[in-house]
Ligand binder design. Structure first.
Ligand SMILES: [Fe+2]
Length: 266
């Protein structure tokens, strides 16, 4: 059994002063870390599904490293549309991992190592070139790398910044999903079969629960600010000052359990 904490979208600024519509991003991430430290167990590892910082900046990553290094278990990071791979790798400590795509391509695609040995956990980079986002896209070389790395004998879970499947909200479905998400899920399912235990994402700044073809897709919100998501929204607004969110995922022999926590700030 593995206990995993899923966090996302911390949006650290270059210093502690960054407010997003009046909500202080750093203070709210510090509250997130405190809540995880207060859990009555120590997780096996923690996955941050991207947007570590609000804008790529070495000072922002240093601040993120200072705060997130207090977490009680190895941390693994996915690339968000606000992130920069070389800056992330330079500033942040990752747990034991193995790249499955060469890093010179500036794609961060790897297998989670360490305690994750009883499962195949992968972190995939869906970032598109600057100016083309904020949707995502999973490159062919990453798809091939992940598919080839799936043993077919262990449970499989994938983490990436961007959700794969429409949620029924116009603006989000047009702008925030992985463009080739259906293809990616179908190819994962074809190789992993019933071993595919879930696909986990951030980016929406709100929770997500979807089953498509029997596969769980789960998302966690942002401690910095939530997004609105009405069914006919043509844009996306912020709901700053909301709760501090994280998900506790338990992978057991025959179940994937996601407990979503929303805790008061302050
Ligand atoms: Fe974000």
């Amino acid at each position: 059994m593995l206990e995993v904490i899923h966090i996302s979208d911390t949006h650290f600024g270059p210093d502690r002063s960054l407010d997003i519509r009046g909500a202080n991003a750093c203070a709210r991430s510090e509250a997130l870390v405190s809540e995880i430290l207060n859990l009555p167990f120590v997780p096996d590892f923690i996955v941050h599904t991207g947007d570590v910082v609000n804008d790529p900046d070495s000072g922002a990553y240093q601040l993120a490293a200072e705060v997130l290094s207090q977490l009680p278990a190895p941390v693994y990071y996915a690339t968000g549309n606000h992130d920069d791979v070389p800056m992330m790798r330079a500033a942040l400590d990752f747990g034991e991992m193995g790249l499955i795509v060469p890093e010179e391509k500036e794609q961060l695609c790897y297998r989670i190592g360490g305690a994750a040995g009883e499962m195949d956990f992968f972190v995939v980079d869906g970032k598109v070139p600057p100016g083309e986002g904020p949707h995502g896209f999973v490159s062919e070389n990453q798809m091939e790398a992940v598919i080839n790395a799936i043993s077919g004998e262990k449970p499989v879970a994938v983490f990436l910044h961007y959700p794969l499947t429409p949620i029924g909200s116009t603006w989000i479905d047009q702008h925030l999903l992985v463009k080739n998400g259906r293809d990616f899920q179908d190819r994962l399912a074809e190789k992993a079969g019933s071993h595919l235990r879930g696909i986990f994402s951030g980016h929406l700044h709100r929770g997500l629960q979807i089953y498509r073809n029997g596969v769980l897709q789960s998302g966690v919100s942002s401690p910095a600010c939530e997004f609105t998501a009405g069914p006919t929204d043509q844009s996306c607004d912020f709901l700053p000052g909301g709760p501090i969110p994280f998900n506790h995922i338990t992978f057991s022999k025959d179940a994937t359990t996601v407990k979503s926590y929303s805790l008061p700030f302050g």
